[in-house]
Design a protein around this ligand. Structure first.
Ligand SMILES: Nc1ncnc2c1ncn2[C@@H]1O[C@H](COP(=O)(O)OP(=O)(O)OP(=O)(O)O)[C@@H](O)[C@H]1O
Ligand SMILES: [Mg+2]
Length: 395
């Protein structure tokens, strides 16, 4: 069976960011979200990410996205997944009780981690730029986000690894402050750290191998030529390319033994996947230090398209694609190639300040829709109104 697109049919947003109350019924193809700066376009995409991922794709806290001066926000909508099955999804947050609730078909979801991957989504926003321009933590965030959406086991390993790391760091830190020997206190954490850490390292390695050909393909299609983009994994626990999990484990244990003196001196854990790096290279040169602005953007879009193709293959479902402000960032050739790429891949949300990124004869009938966001309200532009009406409204 070919992969079916995941879709968000409609949304109801209340007291979220600058949306006091917004309602919209979306199309199954391209949904253009148009409006001036600061009107609430990105906020609408962020609300969609709450429904798909239980949280903001920016990592903003619930208290921050709650409308200023209010105590309660609500986002609800109908999502289509698993080959056409409809789910009523809702998320609410109450500031006074400090409580967030997520429900599917009106049944509360106990663990938010359960939801991750059920409604796969790929987000490309100006903040995503950190993947190619930022530090190793930004690239690890990308890896973890994608793998977690396709593997519940990985997400569980990751959450547990982070918990163990926090505990282990606390033991090391306390030991440093009190100048006491913490060997016995460390032991139980070491074992768990290695168990989870080995699985994470191994999974990241396999993932990057699978992602590489997808990146090559997407990069070539956007750039129009081959520039040899490559992903080079540099795990904190160094091991041979073809090392088994058992071999990685032995190396991890040895690294921990070797760094124990230093760890106690500094009070932090020095080895493990929380120190991994993924190098991005074009023609063998590091992107961060050598790539042009355009190559940065092309690499980023290629990574995101590869993420899309990867999730699609793993789940036999096409993720929802959220493209925030991306077209203004690309030259017209690359922008039109990206538009062509997205036109037939499933449900896509594109924010822009102008509809000029779409060709004048773009067919807004059928499953493509245009919305105008103004001061936190969303209005559907009927297709028969024509392109000029959008510009007039904003004039
Ligand atoms: N918690 C909040 N409560 C109320 N308003 C908020 C809140 N957070 C942000 N805003 C407002 O939302 C607006 C920004 O919305 P958004 O980022 O969606 O704009 P945009 O349409 O994407 O603009 P741009 O084209 O510049 O990206 C700002 O005016 C900001 O003051
Ligand atoms: Mg924006």
């Amino acid at each position: 069976m070919p992969p079916e697109p995941v879709k968000i049919r409609n949304i109801h947003v209340q007291k979220f960011r600058n949306h006091t109350q917004s309602d919209a019924v979306f199309g199954g193809g391209i949904n253009a979200v148009l409006g001036e700066n600061g009107e609430g376009k990105t906020n609408l995409l962020e609300a969609i990410s709450y429904l798909c991922l239980t949280k903001s794709f920016f990592g903003s806290s619930d208290a921050i996205v709650l409308q200023v001066g209010e105590n309660h926000f609500e986002i609800a909508g109908e999502l289509e997944a698993d080959a056409g099955i409809r789910y009523h999804v809702a998320v609410t947050y109450d500031r006074l009780q400090g409580e967030k609730k997520f429900s599917i078909n009106r049944s509360p979801v106990a663990s938010f981690a359960e939801v991750i991957g059920s409604f796969p989504v790929v987000v490309l926003s100006p903040e995503s730029g950190a993947i190619t321009t930022g530090g190793p933590a930004d690239r690890r965030k990308f890896l973890d986000f994608v793998i977690s959406q396709s593997s519940k086991v990985y997400l569980e390993d990751l959450l547990e690894y982070r918990r163990v790391l926090r505990q282990r760091n606390k033991v090391l830190f306390d030991g440093r402050v009190t100048r006491s020997d913490c060997t016995e206190l460390l032991e139980p954490w070491d074992e768990e750290l290695v168990d989870r850490g080995v699985r994470i390292t191994h999974r990241r390695k396999v993932f990057l191998k699978e992602l590489q050909p997808l990146v090559n393909e997407a990069y070539g299609r956007i750039a129009g030529r081959a520039e040899n983009p490559s992903l080079r994994y540099q795990p904190s626990v160094r091991h041979a390319e073809e090392a088994s999990e058992a071999e990685i484990r032995r190396q991890f244990e040895e690294d921990l033994r070797r760094t124990t003196g230093e760890e106690r001196k500094l009070g932090v854990t020095l080895v493990g996947p929380h120190r991994d790096e993924m190098h991005l290279e074009i023609q063998g040169l590091d992107v961060r230090s050598h790539a042009s602005q355009g190559q940065h953007k092309t690499f980023l879009v290629a990574l995101k398209m590869a993420e899309f193709l990867y999730l699609q293959a793993k789940q036999n479902e096409r993720p929802i694609l959220l493209l925030d402000d991306m077209f203004t960032e690309l030259d017209s050739h690359r922008a039109s190639r990206l538009l062509t790429l997205t036109e037939s891949i499933g449900q896509v949300f594109i924010t822009a300040t102008s509809d000029r990124v779409f060709p004048p004869d773009f067919d807004w009938a059928d499953n493509h829709r245009r919305f105008v966001v103004q001061q936190g309200t969303v209005e559907h532009e009927e297709s028969s109104v024509g392109t000029r009406a959008v510009s007039r409204r904003r004039a």
